[in-house]
Design a protein around this ligand. Structure first.
Ligand SMILES: [Zn+2]
Length: 452
């Protein structure tokens, strides 16, 4: 026992020494400035690009951008002069800490939650975070079904610097009326609370307030509700109460909507994001556009590993209608499954990032221009995630999150399928198409244990 303690102390001492002698790329003094030369710098908000720009990054943030920015003597220069630099990408509806499978659970996620513990799912989430960041996703909205707060733990671990990853906007538990999206047996519901923690029952104003406060307390940055998962659903007044209570903790509300009536109640209440919404009418899309609401319609394409021809057609028609009516459409996937057909023609596995960006298939089938798709997967996503004022657009003062691709995504959206460079919070995560991990794995909460 004593010997183990001695070894432990030696290891801690060694780790401390290595931190002092090898400062990481992200360890920031006011003097740590890096210059990035961008051959082309894209602004997805205006759909324009500027040639030969210099981005000065100081610590975690962008200090200055322009064609003639002076590079401080001795500052390292990252040469992306042959590439196009653009903001990171956003998946506005995903689930990092659940992976349901064909075997053994036949794609029924009620069973996944019985089979996979929250700790196992949290480790899956950490792996998914690395895979998504490698594909250029620097912000993701993670809207529930993550066991006992694996999503808020993932966010905290990334914020504290344990591992690199996208900025996670976690919802904590999905709040719904009795049952959530589950249809449990009476004995599993009443004797074993099978719905919790995948869903948090809230059936009255008091319970709504309590559920929102608990989620916020445990780290949620958005609130996700089941608007109409069951016939009882939530009324306009219920949804307004969610919005008011969430606002006290600086969060906005996202509603799972699967019926036309539920959609109308969410619109009337002025919810921030409607998720799914596959039954919404063109008239309801117009109302959403007038109110400046965001749609995360989770547009599954038909591929050899998922979906159907009819399913893709419905997704395409819905997405096109929303886009034509001027809704703030976001790129969103609902990726939370795996099967053995998720392989490239070469036989290599597609990773979580490949699977996510493959949803571009639906956007192309809907005839949405590359410019508008790029705006949806960046700007609209940053706004839906409510981070727009501090990260996302490549702007002085913002966090230094950006990616680079070959070619021009304003003309060919498929260029986003091959992200060659990723910077997140001022640290290089991917360079020349390869992940750089050695300096980004840390022995503790190097950014501060208070960061959440
Ligand atoms: Zn979902």
């Amino acid at each position: 026992m004593l010997r183990r303690i001695a070894i432990g102390i030696a290891l801690v001492a060694a780790a401390g020494a290595s931190v002092q002698t090898q400062p990481s790329a992200q360890s920031t003094g006011p003097q740590s400035v890096v210059a990035v030369r961008a051959g082309r710098l894209v602004d997805p908000e205006t759909g324009t690009a500027a040639a030969n720009q210099i981005i000065l990054v100081e610590g975690e943030r962008i200090r200055e951008i322009g064609p003639n920015v002076a590079i401080p003597a001795g500052a390292p220069v990252i040469d992306l002069s042959k590439l196009t630099v653009l903001p990171g990408l956003v998946d506005a509806h995903t689930h990092m800490a659940i992976t349901y499978k064909e075997v053994p659970e036949n794609n029924v996620y009620y069973f996944t939650y019985v089979l996979d513990s929250t700790p196992l799912r949290a480790i899956q989430a950490a792996s998914n975070a690395l895979q998504l960041l490698s594909s250029g996703f620097t912000v993701i909205r993670d809207v529930g079904n993550n066991g006992m707060y694996a999503d808020t733990a993932l966010r905290a671990a990334i914020e504290q610097g344990w591992l690199p990853g996208p900025t996670v906007i976690p919802s904590g538990l999905i709040i719904g009326g009795t049952g959530g999206q589950f249809t449990p047996t009476p004995e599993m519901y009443k004797n074993h609370s099978i719905v919790y923690p995948e869903y948090f029952d809230a059936n009255s104003p008091d319970e709504i307030v309590r559920a929102v406060r608990e989620n916020l307390l445990f780290g949620a940055k958005t609130i996700k509700i089941c608007v109409d998962c069951k016939p009882w659903g939530y009324s306009v007044d219920d949804i307004k109460l969610f919005i008011a209570e969430a606002a006290k903790g600086g969060a906005k509300v996202d509603g799972h909507v699967q019926t036309r009536d539920g959609g109308q109640r969410a619109i009337d209440a002025g919810i921030h994001v409607i998720s799914h919404g596959q039954q919404l009418t063109p008239e309801q899309h117009t109302q959403m556009a007038q109110k400046g609401m965001y749609l995360a319609s989770t547009d599954t394409p038909f591929t050899k590993y998922r979906g159907s021809v009819e399913g893709q057609k419905r997704a395409v028609d819905q997405l096109r209608s929303a886009w034509q009516k001027g809704v703030n459409v976001t790129f969103s996937t609902d990726m939370d499954y795996w099967n053995e057909r998720m392989k490239k023609d070469s036989g290599e596995w597609m990773n979580r990032g490949d699977l996510t960006i493959n949803f571009l298939l639906t956007w192309k089938a809907a005839g949405i221009s590359a410019k508008d798709t790029l705006k949806a997967i960046t700007i609209n996503g940053f706004k839906a995630a409510d981070v727009y004022g501090e990260r996302g657009p490549i702007k002085a003062g913002h966090y230094a999150d950006f990616i680079a691709v070959a070619g021009n995504p304003l003309e060919d959206i498929d260029t986003l399928r091959n992200v060659l460079f990723v910077m997140k919070n001022g640290a290089v995560f991917k360079k020349d198409g390869a992940i750089v991990l050695d300096k980004l794995l840390r022995p503790g909460p190097v950014n501060g244990w208070r960061r959440r």
